[in-house]
Design a protein around this ligand. Structure first.
Ligand code: T5A
Ligand code: NA
Length: 208
């Protein structure tokens, strides 16, 4: 029996990730396929609450410390992700380890140091990078409320995402132009993942 596919959706703040993963969930469900949506950071856990306070500038933390919390927040769910995939459920993640590396490295931390706590986490079968200019993202609702929602930082994050993308094959890392209408982006996103509805026969890989 094939396992479920592991799909990650990444992008800058306000690139439309939540909109697109929700749409994906609906489409897989409509096709009668088991799908589980996860979001990182998961702000509901004890670690997630610390991350939430930090992002809302209600607490201060060393850049390394918050980086490790983001990673720990993924490790909290690692066995759940594996279990779901082995049960044949498709797992769709709204952000994953690539955000972890891109945002911390954009703040000035060493890229390889940033990768290390995520080593051996389940690796996505495909990562969809929703690409948008920071100028365009800023025009969308709510921008500017949280710590990293500043155009200069977002520009650096985009550069690092672009560097990371170069490490993957074209089928593992798909860049989607997210500056278009929700419908156009959704059509592209679906075209890249609908093939996963049938499940995956290759074993789950590990980061990085
Ligand atoms: N972070 C995260 C780290 O530093 N390290 C880590 O390890 C991880 C996992 C919070 C922050 O944490 C950082 C990255 C972030 O700075 P978050 O909770 O995912 O991460 O916060 P956001 O990325 O900001 O999530 P948002 O929900 O704000 O943005 P989304 O999900 O990308 O966008 P979405 O779908 O909610 O849409 C935003 C707005 O735009 C509209 C929507 O209706 C909404 O109003 N919209 C569109 N408008 C026009 N055209 C389209 N195509 C649109 N699509 C959506
Ligand atoms: Na945000």
């Amino acid at each position: 029996m094939p396992r479920g596919a592991f799909i990650a959706v990444e992008g800058l703040d306000r690139s439309g990730k939540t909109t697109q993963v929700t749409n994906l969930e609906t489409r897989f469900q409509a096709a009668g396929i088991d799908v589980k949506l996860l979001k990182f950071p998961d702000r509901t856990t004890a670690i997630g609450k610390m991350i939430d306070a930090y992002l809302r500038s209600q607490s201060e933390l060393d850049d390394h410390a918050i980086h490790l919390l983001f990673s720990a927040n993924r490790w909290e769910l690692a066995t759940t992700i594996e279990r779901l995939l082995n049960e044949g459920t498709i797992v769709v993640c709204d952000r994953y380890a690539f955000s972890g590396v891109a945002f911390s490295a954009a703040k000035g931390l060493d890229l390889d140091w940033c990768r290390s706590p995520d080593v051996s986490l389940p690796a996505p079968d495909v990562t969809l990078f929703l690409d948008i200019s920071p100028e365009k993202a800023r025009e969308r609702g709510g921008y500017g409320e949280e710590r990293y929602e500043k155009e200069e930082l977002q520009r650096k994050v985009r550069t690092i995402f672009s560097k990371i993308s170069g490490e993957f094959s074209a089928e593992k890392w798909v860049t989607v132009d997210a500056g278009r209408s929700q419908e156009d982006v959704a059509a592209d996103v679906w075209s890249f993942v609908e093939g996963f509805a049938a499940g995956v026969h290759s074993p789950l890989q590990r980061l990085w």
